[in-house]
Design a protein around this ligand. Sequence first.
Ligand code: SAM
Length: 275
Amino acid sequence: MTAALACKAVRGSGHHRSQAPLGGPYQFTPSPDRVTGILLHRFFSESPLTSDQACLVGVEAHHLLHVLRLGVGDGVILFDGEGAEFRARVEVAGRQKVELTIEQRIETDRELPFALTLGVALPKGDRQRWLVEKVTELGVSRIVPLHCERSVVQASRRPSQRLQRAVIEACKQCGRNCLTEIAPSQDFLEWAGRALPGTLRLFAHPEASQRIQELLSRELPAEVEIAIGPEGGFSPKEFAAARYAGWHPVNLGPRWLRVETAAVAAVSAVALGGV
Ligand code: SAM
């Protein structure tokens, strides 16, 4: 799967989206799979959908055939992570493979009107998966797993299949047609130190005094980056480096949140317009 390349047309360019104010209100298009009141099941195609034929294998075929028990003649929605979705009908249902005919390409946009990157020192095990799933639902375009001085979990350089699967499941569930990219892990100081003019950079720190909503009312940036530290918090050196590189320290309330809660709170505040 090429999650890193998915939806390249709508993210990361720095000026790729409409200039709606941060935090909305956005124009949402009604979900076409709900227009008739019938919610069609969504499936992810690993292969680009470029003709009127499609084929599902592996986990997706299993989901369609053996979990949902769909069969010949049933209508579904397919997406390939490139931004559009497709109405399709099952033509052949094998034991491990499904062949479909694509009936309609539907251009929908359920993305945020700006690119949103989350740099985070990932927590352990299931909490990691939960975090990825929730921020994908909320519209994050890219996740950068961070190595921090106080990191307990050493993020592997390449994203695991498990996390990539969590992204696909979340996109199937929430209607996104662009996959959240999970970037290779990076050292926090290196990542935070890059010069990125035009990007609003928010550094979550319990001792900060500014709230996210105070920064959202200013001029719209093309991109927003959020940094969330590890269980032990950012070190004083990391805090100083982030300040020097132009990050805004932001506070998420008077309670110390776990990493995954802080990530979801900060992403929600930016995506939905303030907490
Ligand atoms: N004792 C740690 C500290 O002082 O940073 C708490 C670390 S917290 C479990 C993990 C990360 O979540 C922090 O590094 C920060 O990025 C974010 N975080 C948690 N609660 C926060 C809050 N109330 N305000 C801002 N950021 C918070």
